[in-house]
Design a protein around this ligand. Sequence first.
Ligand code: ATR
Length: 279
Amino acid sequence: MKISASTKLVGLIGHPIGHSMSPIIHNALYKRIGLDLIYLAFDIRPENLNNAMIGIKALDLKGFNVTIPHKEAMIGLVDSLDPYAKKLGAINTVKVKDGQLIGYNTDGQGFIKSLKRKNISVKDKSIVIIGAGGAARSIAVYIGLEGPKEIRIVNRTYDRGKVLANLVNDLTGSYIASPASHIPDKSDIIVNTTSLGMWPNIKENPISVLSLSPQTIVCDIVYNPRMTAMLRQAERTGCQIVDGTGMLIGQALASVGIWTGKEVKDEYWQIMQEELDKL
Ligand code: ATR
């Protein structure tokens, strides 16, 4: 891609940031489709977050993604908020428009999109979500909006699971979500939203004690490694699996749509996926 005076900057803020695959997949897409943007990762310490916002506005970035540990803190720093990001209390995407910061959360949408691409629907299904942190919140709410039969939230800290179940029930106006103290033997879809199994702790597996049914679909949001211990167990059992690259790409493309205001074409997914397949 030719960088010129009209090239706009987008990027990612987080701390630490070195592990991120976002610059690779975003820049590959921009180059292939001729989008006049470049995507950089910025390691911003929490104490510098306020100043970073002043700089971002002054430099007129087109937008940026937000990752750990800034997703919650950004709520207080944007000028306006998408209603779901507000209710989720976490932001992963910001659009800069006329010097104003507008916050969004595309994690859950990205996850749902990664399922839809594999023709998996959560409607009327029994879902188990492992974890109740920031990623779980977004995923649980967006699953809730798709009309599942039930969502059981299994979290190390039970009360945090309870809080998330209440949030899902409030936002969807139903009683579909509840906390659970262990993973039930039977469910249609299991989603790990914790960091269990992430490099370097690749032996960790949140479902290791479970006798899985081959009918259960098993999803992980961990993408490093792509085949986590949990997914390997599921594959051995004959389950359909969805790895963490799906949500990574889904949320990335949702951000591109927000920044450019243009339709995100299906072929964009393949471009990002091919880039990850090379790694
Ligand atoms: P994120 O924004 O990435 O979701 P988070 O908000 O810190 O990060 O949430 C991490 C989630 O993983 C939480 O549900 C956490 O459980 P607790 O609520 O009990 O802290 C879960 N988690 C992290 N490490 C875990 C471990 N070793 N065993 C079980 N659950 C773990």
